[in-house]
Design a protein around this ligand. Structure first.
Ligand SMILES: Cc1cc2nc3c(=O)[nH]c(=O)nc-3n(C[C@H](O)[C@H](O)[C@H](O)COP(=O)(O)O)c2cc1C
Length: 344
């Protein structure tokens, strides 16, 4: 007999890892006779989240982005109604494989911040589990090979099922707290990612000439961050880099514009950038290093937005499109395939 009659799993997922974990937990609950509900938070209106049943065990599951839950999940948890239910926190992270050893990802403040918010709302945290599934972040590293993907999938499924047996029977599991030292060390980066990094990555995507304007990326974006500008997909600052568009584009037309970003970095760090910063420094008398760094970063994000608009405009010219495409690492075979979670 499970300890609870009902299980509700709220999840967010870009490429399917977190959706799989949500399904594995829910399947375990079903097999134990629980009533289960799996909710994709991308389809929930966050202004009016329904209050969960008093007797339900609640689980939240999402990828780690920049050592924290992505903003969409953070906002969902912040707006979640008050309650007293027991809660499971799960994340999926960038697992890799060295021989038979699964190298773990880094959770950073993911669990601690959401546990704190939920605790303040009255919930009781019962367990926290990081799951090291294959990394989907092919903008920053080559795609993993098939063997690694399958191995990580199978091993983690077993781990999640064992975890489910334990927690659905009412036991606690806080083994992830063993990672607290590295999580604390990395925590400043999670703040930097939240305030700046995610905006930077949002402006690294573009659609190459392979795009047929089918609009699948726009329609399927889980956070509705892509719009059509001049009949071409345009990534807004709302983009959370979940990789859904890149992984599921039927024509593999979406790339990460490494060349364009490098050119931006070179131009702005050499000439304009130094001039702008010096001007800002002199006119605003920026003595405080932190404030000065904040303003410089905000300027960089603003200028990147301008750069992105210009490149977007120029992409209509074939030669520009070719240069941007050929300087995108994601375009090449050696970089490996787009990542989609296995469906088993
Ligand atoms: C933008 C971005 C940021 C990421 N940041 C982290 C991170 O901080 N730590 C980590 O272990 N994995 C990180 N990853 C890897 C993903 O969390 C991991 O592959 C996850 O399982 C993907 O889940 P999904 O398929 O449900 O979207 C990141 C991936 C992306 C795309």
């Amino acid at each position: 007999m499970p300890a609870y009659p009902k299980l509700i799993v709220y999840y967010f997922s870009g490429t399917g890892n977190s959706a799989n974990v949500a399904r594995w937990i829910s399947d375990a609950g079903l097999a134990m006779g629980m009533q289960t509900d799996v909710v994709n938070i991308a389809h929930v209106k966050r202004l009016n989240i329904p209050v969960p049943d008093d007797d339900a065990l609640i689980a939240f599951c999402s990828p780690v982005h920049g050592f924290n839950y992505p903003p969409v999940m953070q906002s969902f948890i912040r707006r979640f109604p008050k309650g007293k239910n027991p809660v499971l926190l799960l994340n999926t992270r960038a697992g890799m494989l060295i021989g038979q050893w699964i190298t773990p990802g880094l959770s950073g403040i993911t669990f601690y911040l959401s546990a704190l918010i939920l605790k303040l709302k009255g919930y009781r945290i019962q367990a926290m589990l990081p799951v090291d599934l294959p990394s989907n972040w092919i903008s920053v590293h080559p795609g993993l090979n098939r063997r690694t993907v399958e191995y990580l999938h199978i091993r983690n499924r077993e781990r999640v099922e064992a975890f489910a047996q334990k927690v659905l029977n009412g036991q606690n599991d806080f083994r992830s707290v063993r990672e607290i030292i590295q999580d604390i060390i990395i925590s400043p980066v999670s703040l930097a990612y939240l305030l700046a990094g995610r905006f930077f990555f949002a402006k690294t995507y573009f659609a190459s000439a392979a795009c047929t304007h089918c609009n699948a990326c726009i329609e399927q974006c889980p956070v509705k961050a892509i719009k059509s500008v001049a009949n071409r997909p345009f990534w807004t600052f709302k983009c959370e880099s979940c990789m859904h568009c890149m992984s599921y584009c039927p024509h593999k037309a979406i790339e990460t514009a490494h060349g364009s970003i490098l050119a931006f970095a070179l131009i702005f760090s050499s000439i304009i950038w130094v001039a702008v910063i010096q001007l800002a420094g002199t006119t605003l008398h920026l003595d405080n290093a932190l404030i000065s760094f904040g303003i410089q970063t905000a300027l960089m994000i603003f200028l990147l937005g301008v750069w992105y608009r210009i490149i977007h405009f120029l992409l209509r010219y074939k030669w520009v499109e070719r240069i941007i495409t050929y300087t995108s690492l994601t375009r090449y075979k050696f970089w490996g395939k787009r990542y989609k979670a296995l469906k088993k």
